[in-house]
Ligand binder design. Structure first.
Ligand code: 5GP
Ligand code: MN
Length: 331
């Protein structure tokens, strides 16, 4: 989809400013990380001062992409000045300031122009410019269009690797419903620029630890079904994480395995954290799991949402959420 307005705002922001800070949400994924790396490489290529400051460390399966160590984990003591003195702050793949965690306070305080580039529903009103396309399969696809409109000659392999990672991960490796011909045309362009699809996929999905593989087995052995087999639910406890030496970021895609069951239209995944529970929601077809996520202060997309609850017990949370799930199931 063409968006002359969105790409025009992007061009003006780039041309009129010098110092940029880029960031993405807590527990970043391939789309957040790939988008910010691509944008950082583009801005640096133009001679801009641009840095990436993230609340979370980069998950281990994405560190290969940051081969020049462009991503810094935010340290308020050292880095707050960068945010406060920037000309432009760009938050990628997120639309709610709480997801900035330790950066939130400085982001909101800064007098910089504030921008989000995103594709999630229901953005909070906390920035000057919302470069949002709800139909876009990935934030990286919006960044691609912005850079392409700015100057196609600027796209190169380094930028393309970030963009490809964002599009590949957010489309579930080119299979989710928003994967259309345009996604493949863009991807084709990125491959022409030198991206190696095996290298990216392999690093992200096929370099797991033995503990992670075994933990997936444990989780799958205990998947439960509810509502006449229409809802599947899976749980991972802190004890399981510790025993298998797995960090919460490493179980990102487990929910898809728990949902790959005939007849299942909604899947719930509960991950016990030190201070609460993270819930992931997935659905097939016209079932708005974001409505469910919203009940718990979360959000996301119609078919993929999440929420994080603090100070709650795992068992109780599972029971409650399962009971609420009936509301969004078709009669
Ligand atoms: P996941 O379950 O993979 O963590 O997240 C699925 C989708 O829900 C993602 O698009 C993500 O942005 C969104 N999401 C996950 N957790 C939260 C949350 O705590 N708050 C909001 N607003 N969105 C979330
Ligand atoms: Mn995304």
């Amino acid at each position: 989809m063409e968006h002359p307005e969105l790409t025009g705002i992007f061009r003006e922001l780039v041309d009129a400013n010098k110092k940029f800070v880029l960031t993405t949400h807590v527990n970043p994924d391939g789309d957040g990380l790939g988008s910010e790396l691509a944008l950082n490489r583009f801005l640096n290529k133009l001679g801009k001062q641009s840095v990436i400051l993230n609340h979370s460390e980069t998950p281990s399966n994405h560190t290969f992409l940051d081969y020049d160590n462009e991503i810094r984990t935010f340290d308020p003591g050292k880095d707050a000045g960068l945010i406060l003195e920037a000309d432009v702050l760009i938050a990628l793949d997120m639309n709610n300031p709480g997801r900035l965690r330790s950066l939130e306070k400085y982001f909101l305080e800064s007098r910089a122009k504030k921008v989000i580039i995103d594709h999630h529903l229901e953005a909070d009103d906390f920035v000057d410019y919302q470069l949002i396309d709800l139909d876009s399969p990935a934030t990286a696809e919006i960044v691609y269009r912005c850079i392409l409109a700015y100057g196609p000659h600027l796209l190169d392999k380094r930028i393309a690797e970030g963009l490809y990672t964002g599009i590949m991960t957010d489309t579930g490796s080119f299979r989710f419903p928003r994967t259309d011909g345009e996604v493949h045309r863009i991807t084709g362009h990125l491959l022409d620029l030198g991206v190696d699809p095996f290298y990216i996929y392999h690093n992200i999905y096929e370099e797991n630890s033995l503990g992670r593989t075994r933990l997936l087995g444990e989780m799958l052995s205990n998947v439960g079904l509810a509502y006449d087999g229409r809802v599947s639910h899976a749980v991972i406890t802190l004890e399981q994480l510790k025993r298998n030496d797995v960090v919460p970021d490493d179980v990102d895609n487990f929910i898809n395995q728990a949902g790959a069951i005939a007849g299942v239209v909604v899947t719930l995944f509960f991950l016990e954290l030190e201070d609460g529970v993270k819930i992931s929601f997935r659905s097939k077809g016209d079932i708005p799991v974001n409505e469910l996520a919203k009940l718990y202060g979360g959000g996301g997309h119609k078919n993929a949402s999440g929420a994080r609850l603090t100070g709650v017990k795992l068992d109780e949370t599972v029971r409650k959420v399962l009971a609420e799930t009936g509301r969004i199931l078709p009669k």
